[in-house]
Structure formats: structure tokens, C-alpha cells
Design a binder for this molecule. Structure first.
Ligand code: DWN
Length: 428
């Protein structure tokens, strides 16, 4: 594997480690995936030799509330102020958000005059645009200035700031009380979660609801999706710890459902003093019955992750011995956890393909693999493609079926390392 000279791992400032959710100090690290840079810190070529910060990436289980999180907590400014991820780069994601907007509209907004939806971490406004199409008033809150600008260009009113109690008060003054507050792939990302939750509580009246979606911890563990662990994702949510967490703010879980996006997510409906639904109760029972409230589950997971690394490295070493050319596909944040943890770099992958202009021409954090356009890939196919954005396998493989028809193969790394050819298209 590529042996980058790794600078001294950045000693993060935090000394005393506590559970990010319940603040207990009874936490046990069960897996270390670092040292690694922040997963979305793609580098301009001129910055490669400037050096970059590597941090530990330690995953812990809280013996008190069963929460799973990562350490260290890197400052949100460093992670999110100049961001490169755009929600709209995936048709799968866009159709998922449209379906989400339909569900929320039917459940909370259908008979509301002048309804208002607030989206925390609204990115390029993709979700809110679907609400606008239904005649709903919207406002987004997006900390990355470059992405907030993109959302405003799309006609979505967007506050360029982090969400907290002050932002909530600003929204109440300027837009009024929302009917619904949303957060997709955000409620797992916020170090100052209590400040955000206090702000959300300010925005909810008796009939209001906060709906958020994030990766669901049981899916991550059962599907061995270790690469979805990176510093942006401080929390790996399950309902058991969340139930007691929201009660601390006078809120409660009204309902929850598993949804397939991003390798398996959970959609949680939070209201003031709700009756919890049967399916939410069943999920909490499921979490206990399947061992997600016990440390051993996570120790077993850590061993499986080491096995995936070994299998992937052995496969790639064999392919390189046979002079095969390999590229990556999808310069996903998760891809950078995998590449850094498995030490896969430019000696193994010639480049990584990505359709995000903000990433093209840059280099992946830590392993410094160049990011190229889909056109570059299609002009000169490699022999194999390591599918770093495996969560969009169908969409991507269908898009690149010509590669398969010419004998190219995809390497899918999780839940186990496998090589697929054009038979994948025949099955899907
Ligand atoms: O929470 C987060 C998750 C949900 O999304 C954020 N931290 C950031 C992001 O994580 P990610 O970067 O791992 O997400 P994706 O959406 O799995 O990344 C896919 C990458 O692949 C994007 O950079 C876009 C790219 N892509 C492509 O090049 N061609 C995607 C598709 C579907 C394609 O056809």
C-alpha cells in the first residue's frame, strides 16, 4: 500500500473525553480508523506540499446511554465553512428527497394555509425546492457560504450561518413559527448539539414537528459500513439513546422509520409530548434484542472491519501484481475513510472519478489521489473500478454500463469485498 510520510498526528485539544450525547465519561473506544484528515478536505494541487492535519478517528460506545460516536470533535468551522458536498449530485438522493417532501407534506402540511418549513443544513436547497413546488414557504440554514450562495441562486431563501438558539430567534422574527423543522444528514454532524436542540425546541409549538434523517447505527454495523465513519459524523444514531436525549429538552420521539438511503438511514419524528408510535417502540426493542446496547456488538464489528481491510488490500495487491489498472469512482467522504484506513493511494488507484465540479481537479485528503471527471474515465477505461460511492451502486453502474460491456469490473468494498461485472446489470 501507498506509504505516505504521515506528519505527526494533530493532537486535538480535547483532553477529557465524554459521550457527545449524554456527557458520561463511561465511554469505551472499540475501533481506531485514523490517523486521517477531515474526509471532505480535498486539496488543490498547489496545497499538497503544504501539509495537512491528520487526526485520530476513534469510535466509542457509551456504557451509560448506548450511544456510538467518534473522537475527536473537530470544530464545525473547520469542517463546514467551505464545503464541497452537493446534495443534487445524485439522482437517487434527489428522488429520495422528493419522496420525503411528499411524506412530510401529507402528514403535516396538507391542510395548512401559509405553511412554513425550515431546513437545518439545507445545502444547495434541493429538499426545500420540492416544498416550494407544493406552495410551501421555506427557509434554509446553511453554514457554508459557497453552498448557501448556490441555494439562493436556486431561489431558496437561505440563512448563511450555523443553526442555534440565535438563528431560531431570527427565524421566528423574520419568518414566523414553522410547521415543520427538518434536518437530513445533519443531526449527526453537530458538536454543539444541545444548542441546536434548544433552538429546535424554540421553533416547535404543540402541532409542530422536527423530522431528521441520518445513518442508522444498526444498518452501519450489520452492513459493515465502517467507511461512513468520519469526523463530520460525530453521532451514529439509534433510538435508544435519542429517546432519553430528547426528553431532556421537553421533546419526545413520536415516530421513526428505517429508510434505505445512504446504506440505511433512520427517519425520526420529534414532537412536544407525543405518544410514541408502535413502530418506534418496536425499533427500540429491536435495538436491545439484537445487542446494539452492548459493547460486545461493537468489538465484533471492529474485527469484521479489520477483515475487510485485509481482503481489500490482498485483492488490490494481486490486481497490481497482474498489472491491472484501477480507478476509484465517487470521491465520497466515506471513500476517504476507506482509502486512508486501508492506505490505498496513487500507487493503487490512478485517479478517482467524480461528477462534482467542486471536487474535480483536486486531490483526495490524506492519500492525494487526483479527482477526475467522468469524461476522463470514459475516454480511457481502467480494468477495475473501486466503487467508493457504493451506496449509489445501481445508479453509477447503470450509468457506466459501457465500461462493464467492455469487460470492466467494479470492486464493491462493503459489506464484503466483491468484484462484479455485467451480470450486476442483468440482476438489477
Ligand atoms: O452526511 C453526509 C453524507 C450523507 O453525504 C455528508 N457528510 C456528505 C456526504 O457523504 P459522501 O460524500 O460520502 O456522500 P455520497 O453522496 O455518497 O458521495 C457520492 C459521491 O459520488 C459524490 O461526490 C458525488 C459522486 N457521484 C458521482 O460522481 N457520480 C455520485 C453519483 C450518484 C454519480 O453518478
Amino acid at each position: 500500500m501507498t506509504n505516505h510520510i504521515r506528519p505527526e498526528t494533530h493532537k486535538h485539544m480535547e483532553k477529557k473525553h465524554v459521550c457527545t450525547l449524554c456527557k458520561s465519561n463511561q465511554i469505551q473506544v472499540f475501533l481506531s480508523l485514523g490517523p486521517t484528515p477531515p474526509a471532505n478536505n480535498f486539496l488543490e494541487e498547489r496545497h499538497i506540499d503544504r501539509g495537512e492535519k491528520f487526526y485520530p478517528l476513534d469510535v466509542y460506545f457509551c456504557l451509560d446511554c448506548s450511544h456510538v460516536g467518534v473522537l475527536p470533535r473537530i470544530d464545525s468551522e473547520e469542517l463546514f465553512s467551505d464545503y464541497v458536498y452537493l446534495t443534487s449530485r445524485s439522482e437517487t438522493m434527489l428522488s429520495h428527497l422528493e419522496s420525503l417532501s411528499d411524506t412530510i407534506f401529507d402528514r403535516y402540511l396538507d391542510d395548512e394555509e401559509e405553511a412554513l418549513v425550515v431546513d437545518i443544513g439545507s445545502n444547495d436547497g434541493s429538499l426545500l425546492q420540492f416544498f416550494q413546488e407544493k406552495g410551501v414557504n421555506v427557509v434554509g440554514v446553511e453554514p457554508a457560504e459557497n453552498i448557501a450562495r448556490e441555494a439562493r441562486k436556486n431561489g431558496v431563501p437561505t440563512i448563511n450561518d450555523f443553526f442555534d438558539e440565535e438563528t431560531a430567534k431570527l427565524i421566528l422574527e423574520e419568518y414566523g413559527l414553522p410547521d415543520v423543522v427538518m434536518a437530513t444528514n445533519v443531526f449527526a454532524h453537530i458538536p454543539e448539539l444541545d444548542e441546536v436542540t434548544k433552538g429546535i425546541e424554540l421553533l416547535l409549538d404543540e402541532g409542530g414537528a422536527f423530522i431528521f434523517e441520518n445513518a442508522y447505527l444498526p444498518d452501519l454495523i450489520e452492513n459493515k459500513e465502517f467507511d461512513t465513519i468520519y469526523h463530520e459524523h460525530l453521532y451514529y444514531h439509534s433510538l435508544t439513546p435519542l429517546k432519553s436525549y430528547f426528553q431532556r429538552f421537553g421533546l419526545g420521539i413520536a415516530d421513526a422509520e428505517r429508510v434505505p438511503i445512504h446504506g440505511g438511514s433512520i427517519r425520526v419524528f420529534v414532537e412536544k409530548d407525543p405518544q410514541i408510535s408502535d413502530r418506534a417502540k418496536e425499533l427500540i426493542e429491536f435495538e436491545e434484542e439484537r445487542g446494539f446496547t452492548e459493547l460486545q456488538k461493537y468489538r465484533d464489528f471492529a474485527e469484521e472491519v479489520k477483515g475487510i481491510r485485509q481482503d481489500l488490500n490482498s485483492l488490490i495487491e494481486e490486481l497490481k501484481r497482474n498489472n491491472s489498472r484501477i480507478a476509484g469512482y465517487g470521491a465520497a467522504a466515506k471513500g476517504n475513510t476507506l482509502l486512508n484506513y486501508c492506505r490505498i493511494g496513487p500507487e493503487e488507484l490512478d485517479y478517482v472519478v467524480d461528477n462534482t465540479p467542486l471536487k474535480q481537479g483536486k486531490f483526495t485528503p490524506g492519500m492525494h489521489i487526483p479527482v477526475k471527471t467522468p469524461r476522463h474515465f470514459r475516454n480511457d477505461y481502467p480494468d477495475y473500478v473501486l466503487l467508493l460511492a457504493w451506496n449509489f451502486a445501481r445508479e453509477i453502474i447503470a450509468k457506466e454500463k459501457e465500461f462493464l460491456e467492455q469487460g470492466g469490473k467494479f470492486i464493491i468494498p462493503v459489506p464484503e469485498v466483491k468484484v462484479v461485472g455485467k451480470e450486476f446489470l442483468e440482476k438489477t
